[in-house]
Design a protein around this ligand. Sequence first.
Ligand code: CMP
Length: 147
Amino acid sequence: MTLNKLERTLSIIKPDATRRNLVGSVVRMLEEADLSVIAQKRLHLSEGQARDFYAVHAERPFYASLVDFMTSGAVVVQVLEGEDAIARNREVMGATNPSEAKADTIRARHGISLEQNSVHGSDSASTAASEIAFFFSEVEIFPNPIQ
Ligand code: CMP
């Protein structure tokens, strides 16, 4: 039997979902996919923080609107841990555009539009490491950082 690798990934529950009281529903779907929330906090991002977090998209036409949206209300940022957590989280989130997301994914169930798509998840191991470090210090992550 092969054991898949234990990974951590960053998840954000976006303002469209926090505004509609969907935090519990989103977390339940993640937990039912065997992802464990090992660190979590609710924040209101500043414009600078949102710009920095999404800096990779700075040249894209949707950047300004994305920053506006991500600062329009509370977000819940969380570290998920589990086997193949990065791919597993992306699977349970569904496609970026909710209209293209498979049934029973978070974005199909809760997403409103390409921008208001309820959740963000890291897309690779290196992105996960930098996105987790963007929001969490080592002492906030239980029990110990993965080496
Ligand atoms: P997310 O996974 O948070 O990463 C960047 C976000 O930009 C993406 O989800 C979408 O919500 C948002 N976005 C808005 N317009 C686009 C677009 N045309 N292509 C990709 N992402 C977009």
